[in-house]
Structure formats: structure tokens, C-alpha cells
Design a protein around this ligand. Sequence first.
Ligand SMILES: [Fe+2]
Length: 290
Amino acid sequence: MSIPTYQLHHLCIYEKSPRDAMWNWLRWNHAIPAYYWEGSADMHHTGEGGVDYTFLACGAPFQMQLETGPYQFEYERKWFAEHDSGINHVCWIVPNAWDTIEPLTANGATVAMPYEQFGDSYNGFVAIDTEGRWIEIMEYVGGFKTPDVEFYPVGQAELQTLGVVQLCKDLDAQVKWYTEVLGQKIVHDARSNNDGLVYLADDTYDGRQCVSAFATPSIDAEHALMDRHGPCISSVLYQAGNLDMAFADAINAGFGEISAPAFDDRIGCRTGYVREPAGNIVQIRERLTA
Ligand SMILES: [Fe+2]
């Protein structure tokens, strides 16, 4: 069977104070395309726990979901008890979620949340990849869809989300898995001796420029994260037309500085690092030309 398109959609941050954190994001050129809570008629409710999802977007299709406790499912509450306010999962949209269960599990993924149909919103499940990172698989049904924003760089700094960075223990094995099992294509390869960085993209890359960066830890903050959590989803990745301005804007908006923009051999351009309100890493790079 051919591999369906796995389209990168969002990453999810477990944010303890989303109402406060939102101000930082909003001051940094972001918009809120969707907010789902207990009163949202079109959102699934299980009766097991709360729903409080805020989606954030910035000039590109890749979005962030701020999710706050008490989490809807027991498996989420367990993860939060262990990892606290980390980046919990990456979500992929597929044409048919049910059809992806067998190919993923036959290739070593396990299931964190079994397949479920959430009425007229979506069908999906949550898998765990072969190094322990969580993958949400979603299929929209009916007319439901998390709204997109316009795909244009935002503000004077021309800021846009680009995707997600995932830290790996065995980088080669993970690149192989995501290309062979999820059909991702390599758009940039800066590996040597199973060390470095790779950008992967799905079939919709031409129209929706989103990448999944798979990397070994590079800066101290990434080493610290990997020491604490093991292989994990480490960072939200941005590109900016004016990197220095985007970086200064982030600091002014209340993000914490990790390291000022500096040249990174792996991507052939300058990149800077800040922390978002919940403490996760945000990487801002010069505009991708590939
Ligand atoms: Fe999600």
C-alpha cells in the first residue's frame, strides 16, 4: 500500500497559564485562529477531563496548540506528571486515520490513545514513535477544521512559523523511520556520523512550507532537555526576513533569551534561541531559501 500524505499541522504545549502566556505570543505577531473549551459545541467531550485548547498561528499553516489541565485523558495527565510543561505531541493530518494504525504499529510505534471518533470533528489516535515522542494522527470529518491563517510573513520582521525541532538519540534511524513510514522527504541534510540535523517535509511542502527538523542536541539548552526527558520534541521553529528584529521583538514580548543569533553551520545561516512562557525552546532562523 502506498503511504498516505502525513501533513504536519501543529505541536502541543502543556501550558499551565494559557491566558497569561497568550499575551506574550500575541505581542509577538501571533493570532488565535481557534479556541476550544468546555462550551464549544463542535468539540469532542469525553466527561473524563477538561478541554481547553488555544491554537496560535503566525503567518504559516504550522500552528501551536496550548493545552491546559486538568487534561482530558488519563494518559495525558500521566505524561504531564512526568514531564511538566513540555511539548507533548506533533500532530499530522491524514486522509484516513484508521488506515495508518497498522503501518505505524507494524513498524514499531505503540499506541498511547486508541483510535476514537469524535462526532463531527475528527477521528484519530495518538501513537508513540520508536524513540518515545508522541504523534497525534488526525482525520477531519464533516465540515470541521481548525482555521488556517493567511500564509504571509507577519510584521516588519517578516516572522513565520516553519515547523518543529525533535531531538533524537539515533538520528539516522529516526530519519529513516519518518521517511519510510510517514513518507517524509529530506529537504536539507547536514549529518555526519549520525550527528547533526535534517529537515524533513511532507508532500504539501510546495504550498505549505512546513518542516520537521530532526537533530542531535547542539546548544546547552538542548543537551539539558535531552538529559532530563530523553529524545523529545524540543522547539518551535520560526523563520524571519529580519532575524535580529524578530529576535528583539521576542525579547520585548516577554520571551526569555537563551542565545543571540549566531551562525549555525548545520543550516548555513544565523539562528537565535529564546524560551516561550512555559519554558520550551523557540528557534528563530533566517529565511529558508531552499
Ligand atoms: Fe493536538
